[in-house]
Ligand binder design. Structure first.
Ligand code: DCP
Ligand code: MG
Ligand code: MG
Length: 438
């Protein structure tokens, strides 16, 4: 259930959609951006990627420090969405079923992680803190941020030029490359990354990994080389190695499930295959720009800019269930989601513009890619009503209830909802979502 403030940009999405859009840069990388038009004396960008360690688990361990010493799993439904590193040492992995995890590690302590409020708040605090050092910060999901620190690096190059052989902070992806090359800008970038990780730790109590490289794709790929709470630099001479070490094309950020399927049909399985496939063959299957983009990604070339995220452009909430087949159940669930959204909209204070409802039905053949959405504008008087409660509104106050009831009532009329849900129709008929909204 999404409430859009502006153009489409879901806050968090388990799909590949986010990746694809985040890695969509200029259509013709070879003729724009840094590769051709770099200002003289600026050979390349310095990009950082941050990824917090076992994020939800860390937030829970801050809330209750006694959890630090025990193997901890964060449970959503029947899945361990993440676990602390104590649990990982005992064989628990991310996205394991609770049953399997308990079998691996009977002493595993479980905390429910369905309420994302604290994780969302911590996530935005991290982005805010990073933004106070340098405005070019882009969020990816809840626990990752890209940063373009090129300007910070250039400033340091001028103010205190590093000596020859200036050493790196943290790891270098391939230590032997460090010996016979000189990369002062990446070295400065690695020191900035260390300072930022330090700031995040001392001010927010959170640890994480960082990658330092010349573009977003490479920074993201290298950041998890040493985990947890470590950082790694990728030098330009090792780009070929890191790309080929990925193996399958699906491992390349920006290559989603569907793209990988189409590539497989062309006989392209590994990153190497993608590098070697003649471009005309790739263009035949994909649009020209997409084909070139794919080719570039396979080579570790990514000119997409770090685009500051700013305030989220949409607020969304969602839930999933094994079975939901009656109108009453659907309405109840939507009301729950709406109630949480209304609170967040009031806190945010901006007038909502668009309402979007998404369902994701399970089909055995198409497990994860069956989202269907319908959306409509929210009339101004309704948008104002949603906000009129003000930020101090208490969750259970009578005022809040009546506001919600009122809004739901208008909304129902407006959407002719839920009278159009014919029970199973919404789950079974492919066209049912079209009837949902006017
Ligand atoms: N998450 C989730 N469902 C998923 C994937 C992730 O709810 N399918 C949540 C839980 C994680 C958080 O997002 O804590 C960040 O995801 P990561 O993949 O970065 O995993 P962690 O930060 O938990 O662990 P790591 O230390 O490996 O980065
Ligand atoms: Mg993480
Ligand atoms: Mg992550």
């Amino acid at each position: 259930l999404v409430n859009k403030m502006d153009i489409s940009d879901e806050e968090m999405d388990g799909d590949d959609g986010q990746w694809r859009s985040r890695f969509t840069g200029p259509e013709e990388p070879a003729t724009s951006g840094w590769s051709v038009n770099s200002p003289p004396g600026v050979p390349h960008r310095v990009i950082l990627h941050f990824d917090l360690d076992c994020f939800y688990a860390q937030v829970e361990m801050i809330r209750d420090p006694s959890l630090r010493e025990v193997p901890l799993g964060i449970q959503q439904k029947y899945i361990i969405v993440t676990c602390n590193y104590v649990a990982r040492e005992r064989g628990v992995t991310k996205l394991m079923s609770v049953t399997d995890a308990k079998e691996k590690c009977p002493e595993l302590v479980l905390v429910r992680g369905e309420d994302l409020t604290l994780y969302r708040e911590a996530s935005h605090q991290v982005t805010e803190l990073l933004s106070s050092f340098c405005p070019l910060v882009e969020r990816l999901g809840f626990d990752e941020n890209f940063m373009d620190v090129t300007e910070m690096v250039e400033r340091r190059m001028k103010e205190t030029p590093p000596p020859e052989g200036y050493s790196f902070s943290g790891h270098v992806y391939n230590p032997s490359s460090e010996l016979d090359s000189d990369h002062p800008r990446l070295a400065l970038g690695s020191h900035i990354a260390a300072e930022l990780r330090d700031a995040v730790h001392s001010r927010l109590g959170l640890t994480g990994c960082a990658g330092v490289a010349t573009n977003k794709l490479l920074a993201k790929l290298v950041s998890g080389t040493f985990k947890p709470n470590q950082q790694t630099v990728l030098l330009p001479e090792d780009v070929g190695h890191i790309m080929e070490s990925l193996g399958g094309v699906r491992k390349v950020p920006g290559v989603g499930h569907q793209t990988a399927k189409r590539l497989h049909q062309l006989g392209v399985v590994s990153v190497k295959d993608l590098q070697l496939l003649p471009l005309p063959d790739l263009v035949k299957e994909f649009r020209g720009a997409v084909a070139r983009r794919l080719r570039n990604l396979s080579l570790g070339v990514d000119d997409s800019p770090v685009t500051p995220s700013g305030a989220p452009q949409s607020l969304s909430d969602e839930d999933s269930f094994k079975k939901m087949s009656s109108e009453a159940e659907v309405v109840e669930k939507i009301q729950q989601l709406l109630s949480r959204l209304v609170e967040r909209m009031q806190k945010d204070g901006r007038q909502p513009q668009t309402f979007r409802l998404t369902i994701r039905r399970y089909t055995p053949t198409n497990k994860w890619f069956s989202r269907e959405s319908r959306q409509c504008p929210i009339p101004s008087h309704l948008g104002q009503k949603i906000l009129s409660g003000g930020p101090a509104l208490q969750k259970d106050s009578a005022k809040h209830q009546s506001l919600l009831e009122n809004w739901k009532c208008d909304l129902k009329k407006f959407l002719e909802f839920p009278s159009k849900i014919q029970n199973k129709e919404i789950l079974e008929s492919p066209k049912s979502m079209n009837e949902f909204f006017l």
